[in-house]
Design a binder for this molecule. Sequence first.
Ligand SMILES: [Zn+2]
Length: 102
Amino acid sequence: MNQQYRLIGADGKVYLSDMPGTFGGNKSKHIYGKLGCSIALAHIAKGGYVKNRVFFANEQDAIAAGYRPCANCMKPEYKIWKNAYESKKADILCAAVVPMSQ
Ligand SMILES: [Zn+2]
């Protein structure tokens, strides 16, 4: 029997896969990153992070499940996410201060 891996799908739910995940994630912080991320490995070495460790088959699933890129191992993706997040926040703020017309 093949080994099965518990991965998080695009809907945020756990499913079993024959293939191991290619991205890791932190369930409590909703951050995803590379499996070899130095920060993730440092946390795992300390034992604090293992219970929140999740895996994704690919980056698209991680994003669809509502995870954001790791600022350490996924810098370019993190920058894009942060810009998008902040412009979204700015939109909400603008909408709140614009007086209603009529
Ligand atoms: Zn990372």
